[in-house]
Ligand binder design. Structure first.
Ligand code: PBG
Length: 325
């Protein structure tokens, strides 16, 4: 039969498929999130995230060493703060001797070449479990910026390469840029959680850090999952305010947003393949309901194909180990 166009010709063999493959994954694409806890010699698995542990600062060094061996060079640590240190103003978040600052210092001392993306948000330190100061049930914006500025400065002083505000307060990128520059940290970058949606997919992360809101939800600051033009507005502001990277979070249910930011900005675009997206694949794989490895690779590939230059993912180490095999 005569048929001019036969797309299957380019799918015939693995070698041909590899030649015409448009998107590839590389260990350099990834930032691995890490959970830090107090104590010594601790390595505690997160119940809802099989294969992901919370480390004390000492065991964390071994974990980073094994990741660096596998070629992972970028990390995003998050602290799990004991309840008794939490308060309304997240005071512990800018303690230069606190868990987070010590963890960052220790990683940068042992591994000066890795890139540390530090998390700027009040929730891990807030007795209210919110990303801002709560007053009569309202999340205060401008008062929260003051706390975020102190937090980012403490992280820069500890050695963070890039601060990553995940709070969604208005004006935070401009405020952090101002505070960092005024204190001589012109070289510290800002990765903005530009389009961070009020998502159900953060559940396992909140378990890992015990950071769930005590009351209410995060809908007055995180974005409505129904909106995409609003992501462009947030991107415009972040670019104008001095962000060095834009991020979309979560990733898989928001591939259209990743694509749209990619097409509308010249900045590097990051996407956060969040805890719930990880947990879904792991849970189904544990039940034997799907092939976890293939589902992981397909998920990561789709995020890259949508336009992400950088992927924050709990799968980073597993991917690197797979490549090594
Ligand atoms: C909060 C924050 C969250 C995550 C990162 N930073 C959760 C939230 O907004 O409640 C979630 C990451 C994940 O689910 O993997 N500042």
């Amino acid at each position: 039969m005569v048929m001019i166009r036969r797309p299957r010709r380019n799918r015939q063999t693995e070698a041909i498929r590899n030649l015409v493959q448009e998107t590839t994954l590389d260990v350099n694409d990834f930032i691995l999130p890490l959970f830090v806890i107090e104590g010594q010699n601790q390595k505690v698995e997160v119940a809802s995230m099989p294969g992901i542990n919370r480390f004390s600062i000492d065991t964390l060094q071994e974990e980073v060493a094994s990741c660096v061996d596998l070629g992972i060079k970028a990390f995003a640590p998050f602290p799990s703060i004991p309840d008794q240190l939490k308060d309304k103003y997240a005071t512990e978040s800018h303690n230069s001797e606190g868990l987070y600052a010590r963890a960052i210092r220790e990683i940068k001392k042992n591994f000066p070449d890795v890139v540390i993306f530090s998390d700027v948000a009040m929730d891990p330190y807030s007795s209210d479990g919110h990303d801002g100061i709560v007053e009569n049930g309202e999340i205060l914006n401008d008062e929260t910026l003051e706390v975020l500025g102190k937090m980012a400065l403490a992280q820069a002083q500890a050695g963070a390469d890039v601060v990553a505000p995940s709070d969604m307060m208005d004006g935070r990128v401009a405020h952090l840029r101002h505070v960092l520059d005024e204190n001589g940290y012109q070289k510290v970058g800002i990765m903005s959680y530009t389009a961070k949606y009020a998502s159900a997919f953060y559940g396992p992360f909140r378990d890992a850090l015990s950071s769930a809101p005590k009351k209410g939800d995060k809908k007055t600051y995180q974005m409505n999952p129904a909106n995409s033009r609003e992501a462009l507005l947030e991107a415009e502001l972040d670019i104008a305010e001095g962000a060095d990277y834009l991020m979309v979070k979560p990733a898989l249910a928001y591939l259209d947003i990743i694509k749209s930011l990619r097409e509308n900005s010249h900045l590097p675009i990051a996407a956060y393949n969040v805890s719930g997206e990880y947990a879904m694949v792991k849970a189904a794989a544990q039940k034997g309901w799907l092939d976890g490895e293939k589902a992981m690779l397909e998920s990561l590939l789709s995020i890259k194909r949508a336009g992400a230059d950088i992927i924050l993912t709990y799968f980073a180490k597993e991917f690197a180990e797979l490549q090594r095999r």
